[in-house]
Write a protein that binds this ligand. Structure first.
Ligand code: SF4
Length: 228
């Protein structure tokens, strides 16, 4: 592969190829589980840090049953109850601290309605200042809720952007990967949809280990930069 070679298809055409090659099932993504409640959506995104959506969905279900669905209920039940409910999601103490702190600050701002009424820049600042809520969590939330057009980067997006030749290293900075994917898909594409399709594509074809290049619909135009 020559230096600088990139996936030869881009934009809406690339989105269409992804759409026709993977099945997108909303119920497999934690953000869709409680999409009518922005607080639970955020809790779900926090729970999905460093674990699978499947684990995060199970933990969110238990959280909802044992703790509740509002920041006020989180403060009423307390840290230990939160930690117990989300135990299966991994790093649960750190995640519980982030959820309780999020609840505390939301209640101080009038509750869950703040997540609906605050401007995207206010929300970005608010969420980023909470320990345990990083750039990816903020981007996934702002993108999913349609507050901001941004390309979130998770482990699939990072790996695939590199294999497609869009980034210089599999460990490229978050901002570099997000910008490269946004540019490759172009402004007309819904980044939220593209991101979800990339996850599904990464699960089916462009897997971390043993990617299925022989069956991949992009095999004839992919630089196949496999880092393993
Ligand atoms: S599975 Fe192989 S051919 Fe397909 S996008 Fe990934 S690296 Fe490229």
């Amino acid at each position: 592969m020559g230096e600088g070679k990139r996936l030869c298809v881009r934009g809406e055409r690339l989105l269409k190829i992804l759409e026709s090659s993977v099945e997108y099932r909303p119920e497999e993504y934690v953000v869709h589980v409680a999409s009518d409640n922005p607080f639970l959506t955020l809790v779900g995104i926090i729970l999905s840090q460093n674990t699978t959506d499947k684990n995060a969905i199970a933990a969110l279900k238990r959280f909802r049953e044992e703790v509740g669905d509002t920041p006020e209920k989180v403060l009423e039940k307390g840290y230990e109850a939160v930690a117990r409910a989300i135990r299966t999601s991994g790093s649960y103490r750190r995640k519980a601290e982030a959820i309780v702190e999020l609840a505390r600050r939301l209640v101080a701002r009038g509750g869950v309605s703040y997540l609906k009424t605050a401007s995207p820049s206010e929300l970005r600042e608010f969420l980023s200042s909470i320990k345990g809520i990083g750039r990816k969590t903020v981007d996934v939330f702002l993108s999913f809720t349609g507050k901001e057009k941004v390309f979130p980067v998770d482990t699939h997006a990072r790996r695939i952007a590199y294999r497609w030749g869009l980034t210089s290293s599999p460990k490229a900075r978050y901002e570099e990967v997000s910008k490269a994917l946004a540019e490759h898909f172009g402004e007309n594409v819904d980044y939220e949809r593209a991101h979800k399709l990339i996850i599904a594509f990464g699960r089916k074809y462009c897997r971390a280990r043993w990617p299925r290049c022989e069956e991949c619909p992009l095999r004839n135009c992919c630089p196949k930069r496999l880092e393993e």
